[in-house]
Design a binder for this molecule. Structure first.
Ligand SMILES: NC(=O)c1ccc[n+]([C@@H]2O[C@H](COP(=O)([O-])OP(=O)(O)OC[C@H]3O[C@@H](n4cnc5c(N)ncnc54)[C@H](O)[C@@H]3O)[C@@H](O)[C@H]2O)c1
Length: 328
């Protein structure tokens, strides 16, 4: 019997997941719920299945739930999903403060249900290539620099509003923090300087990250650039080796001093593949089938929230902050 999927939040990312899941014979798109009922109806008309009038009805009818609602709602809705005993895929960010992240992580661990966080970039071919090189010891990172910028905090119209996003770092930069831990392991401390340029909220960060391994990384993330490509980039340096990513389009690398540079270009791949959405959804269904554990766990989600909270704390104090010392 196919797993019955319910989707909460029939907006942009909900539609991307639905379009991918609609092609997986192991699941059926069964129920849709949105506070704007017409949106849920639109998804049901497009993908089959029906709308649910309430969350309770959705939970009663489905085995696994996708939470694709705005950032501020994730922890609360995810808690309800777990209380209903359902498996869950919840979009990033995991939560918007340490206390709710800890409660949700503990609840997820106790539940025995599949809990996957939507950190899709782990499955983007560019980043899988980089991770593979690290795992195979072809690249032993000694220095790292990363950046993620936006052109503005104007579009969509709520994106400057920290009470809706949780803060600039919880928006798109959240992906870079997840990748930092995915590639380089546990973080020991951060030192951060930050400024506010346009909307009163901190939107320009200079971040120094110390990993437990001893590796140090720098990261710039800010909102006031133009939309000049690339918006995101990792530069990872080993002993006489360089790996450089260009968005999720391309990765180039040189291993050695007098050798060629290799490049993989994924720019012509469909966006859902290039950004990792297809693989993250396939792996979620694999986890539902018991084939493999969820690849991005509640613990991973918690670690990213802890890292972001440490960055805000360091920016406020103007001092180095060790993870694990934040008030919980
Ligand atoms: N992983 C990624 O690459 C990625 C990409 C885009 C968005 N996201 C995340 O996905 C989430 C949704 O983003 P989006 O771009 O799809 O937004 P969106 O505004 O297009 O869609 C959100 C939908 O949720 C509905 N909604 C709001 N509150 C609700 C509630 N309490 N219950 C049910 N429905 C509710 C809205 O009516 C809307 O239809 C955000 O948290 C965002 O950060 C992740």
């Amino acid at each position: 019997m196919p797993h019955k999927i319910g989707i909460i939040g029939a907006g942009g990312i909900g539609s991307i997941h639905a379009a991918i899941l609609a092609k997986d014979a192991r699941v059926t798109l069964h129920r849709f719920f949105d506070v704007e009922a017409a949106r849920a109806q639109g998804m049901a008309a497009r993908f089959g299945g029906r709308t649910a009038g309430t969350l309770e009805e959705l939970f009663a009818e489905c085995d696994a739930i996708y939470v694709c609602t705005p950032n501020t709602t994730h922890a609360e809705i995810a808690t309800q999903v777990l209380e209903a005993g359902k498996h869950i895929f919840c979009e990033k960010p995991f939560a918007l403060n340490l206390e709710s992240a800890r409660k949700l992580r503990d609840r997820a661990l106790r539940s025995g249900r599949v809990y996957q966080v939507g950190h899709n970039r782990r499955f983007a071919p560019v980043y899988k290539t980089l991770k593979g090189a690290i795992d195979r010891n072809e690249l032993r990172p000694l220095s790292v620099h990363a950046k993620m910028n936006r052109g503005e905090l104007v579009n969509p119209p709520w994106v400057w509003n920290a009470s809706l996003t949780g803060g600039f770092l919880y928006e798109t930069p959240v992906h870079m923090f997840d990748l930092m831990t995915f590639f380089f392991g546990k973080v020991d401390w951060v030192e951060v300087a930050a400024r506010a340029h346009e909307h009163g909220e901190l939107d320009d960060f200079s971040i120094l990250i110390g990993f437990q391994s001893g590796l140090q990384a720098t990261m710039k993330t800010f909102a006031h650039a133009s939309w000049h490509f690339p918006f995101e980039r990792f530069e990872v340096y080993g002993m006489h080796s360089t790996y450089e990513t260009f968005e999720m389009e391309r990765i180039s690398f040189t291993n050695g001093l007098e050798t060629r540079t290799n490049a993989y270009d994924f720019s012509l791949a469909p966006m859902a593949e290039k950004w990792g959405y297809i693989e993250e959804d396939r792996l979620f269904v694999d986890a539902l089938e018991g084939k493999s554990p969820a690849p991005v766990t509640a613990e991973d989600g918690y670690n990213v929230v802890e890292l972001i909270e440490a960055c805000y704390s360091s920016a406020r104090k103007g001092a180095r902050v060790h993870l694990g010392t934040l008030v919980k």
